[in-house]
Design a protein around this ligand. Structure first.
Ligand SMILES: Nc1ncnc2c1ncn2[C@@H]1O[C@H](COP(=O)(O)OP(=O)(O)O)[C@@H](O)[C@H]1O
Ligand SMILES: O=P(O)(O)OC[C@H](O)CO
Length: 499
């Protein structure tokens, strides 16, 4: 007798690794999570120990697989989703990484990016990749490993090493070194992938001085990625889906038509707008990215990111100590009728799209003697909403046509903030029942390939609304709020920004 078919989704994020079991209805049947260490070897550098990542992934998978067995669930496929851009190079013989993973947040290649920009390469890079020349993406990180780790360039040229983002590394390890692959959503974040031709770009490899022998094979997001090695989980399980975490959230939110948009509010916030089969080129420094690739056909998206979203709330709690937990913010923000002119620009690590000002630093404006805890808390929550509004404004200016905003991530538990968001965007804001949209997206891809779902329509039909927030802010209030924010941002931007 076989049990209820389930998909094991592995969500390898920036701060933790999770394994979640979904049944065909999208119901969570098991969940395990392990945090791992963040390494900051120098100012602006962020690294992860790949062995610790691997150990946490294996541990969470084993935990939920045991639960599956106890509950008579049949795990038919694995889907992988991951923190994107984070860069690894490992030995093809031993599987051992040559260095810690260089995390997407790491800024060590800022100077190199500046040199490339000054040499006039940015237009070509953007044309081919849809990205900007920024340390965020993998290419300059791989170059750093070639230049700075002993023997790596020679071994890479001799075909002894493999490069990959976290998905590739996990695929390699899960299949016992049989598969060196990635999917198009991860490939397009490396800055080495031609989004029109859907392949690695030789001129980009040459620009960043990266040997082609390092590169993984690029597959569709729902595809055959090999089987997990028997020794790992006691049996082989087919790996059928892979996507970067923000694209996976777009899929988990069933944003399959052009104009559908989702925001994931975690530590940072990522907004992704489906633009369908068309590559929309941003004039406002948004990124053009692959939303998903199915049956050899790529669908595209515009993406913007906010570096500081939930992290601003964490700063109120851990930096200022004015709240004890994030959940207190809702009552405090709604205890006052307006922000009373107080604005926080949370440029703790610079400002992302559409500003791309790496040098900007955070600021608080409009303090009077009457301002207190409630104003600070409200300004912190509002700052995420205003940054999102800037991104949506840029998407509209680029010709994207967002309809309603689908939201997920830790911050969306805050009803006051979701209502404020609907008001500022003047757009309906929909929160789904499934909070784990990222992992669910990976499960959807694997489920498509494994036959648990028939089509994207089949998946879309399972998306369920928890609560819809209708815009209820009058135009003068919206204008007053946004004018105050724009004034605060303009006073925060530095002259040396990358615009
Ligand atoms: N009720 C809330 N109101 C505002 N922010 C919240 C609330 N609950 C959690 N958060 C914030 O959400 C973030 C956690 O979201 P999560 O999606 O788990 O993040 P990540 O996946 O990036 O670790 C934290 O930064 C936390 O401060
Ligand atoms: O791991 P997360 O959720 O912080 O997401 C990281 C993004 O993929 C970086 O681009």
């Amino acid at each position: 007798m076989t049990g209820t078919p389930c998909i094991l989704a592995i969500d390898q994020g920036t701060t933790s690794s999770r394994a979640i079991l979904f049944d065909g209805e999208g119901t969570i049947r098991g969940l395990a999570q392990r945090e791992f260490t963040q390494h900051y070897p120098e100012a602006g550098w962020v690294e992860h120990d790949p062995e610790e990542i691997w150990e946490t992934v294996v541990a969470v998978c084993r935990e939920v697989l045991e639960k599956a067995e106890a509950d008579d669930l049949e795990v038919i496929a694995v889907g992988v989703t991951n923190q994107r851009e984070t860069t690894l190079v490992w030995d093809r013989e031993t599987g051992k990484p040559v260095h810690n993973a260089i995390v997407w947040q790491d800024r060590r290649t800022a100077e190199y990016c500046r040199t490339l920009r000054e040499a006039g390469h940015e237009a070509m890079v953007t044309e081919r990749t849809g990205l900007v020349l920024d340390p965020y993406f993998s290419a300059t990180k791989v170059n750093w490993l070639m230049e700075n780790v002993d023997g790596v360039r020679a071994r890479a040229q001799a075909g002894k090493l493999a490069f990959g983002t976290i998905d590739s590394f996990l695929l390699w390890r899960l299949t016992g070194g049989k598969v060196h692959a990635t999917d198009a959503t991860n490939a397009c974040r490396t800055c080495l992938f031609n989004i029109e031709r859907q392949d690695w770009d030789e001129e980009l490899l040459s620009l960043f001085d990266i040997p082609a022998a390092l590169m993984p094979h690029v597959r569709d997001s729902a595809a055959d990625f090999g089987n997990t090695e028997k020794a790992l989980f006691g049996r082989e399980i087919p790996i059928c889906g892979v996507a970067g975490d923000q694209q996976a959230a777009l899929i988990g939110q069933a944003c399959f038509s052009p104009g559908m948009v989702k925001s994931t509010f975690g530590t940072g916030c990522f907004v992704v707008l489906n633009t369908g089969e068309h590559i929309v080129r941003s004039r406002n420094k948004l990124l053009t990215t692959v939303a998903y690739r199915l049956d050899g056909k790529a669908f595209y998206a515009l993406e913007g990111s906010i570096f500081a979203a939930g992290t601003t709330v964490q700063w109120l709690r851990d930096g200022l100590g004015i709240i004890k937990s994030a959940s207190e913010t809702e009552a405090l923000a709604s205890s006052i009728d307006s922000n009373n002119g107080v604005y926080i620009v949370p440029a703790f690590a610079g400002l992302g799209a559409p500003w791309w000002d790496a040098q900007a630093r955070g600021a608080v404006f409009g303090l009077t003697r009457g301002a207190g805890k409630a104003e600070m808390v409200r300004a912190a929550l509002e700052s995420t909403v205003y940054q999102l509004s800037d991104l949506v404004g840029a998407m509209v200016a680029d010709g994207g046509m967002p309809e309603a905003m689908r939201v997920d991530g830790g911050m969306v538990a805050n009803d006051w903030m979701m209502q404020f968001l609907a008001g500022i965007l003047d757009m309906r804001t929909d929160r789904p029942v499934i909070a784990e949209t990222t992992a669910f997206g990976a499960a959807c891809l694997a489920g498509l390939q494994a036959g648990l779902y028939n089509s994207l329509e089949d998946i879309a039909g399972r998306w369920q609304l928890d609560r819809s927030f209708q815009p209820a802010m009058d135009a003068p209030t919206r204008k007053r709020n946004l004018d105050g924010w724009r004034d605060a941002v303009s006073r925060t931007l530095t002259e040396g920004r990358n615009t």
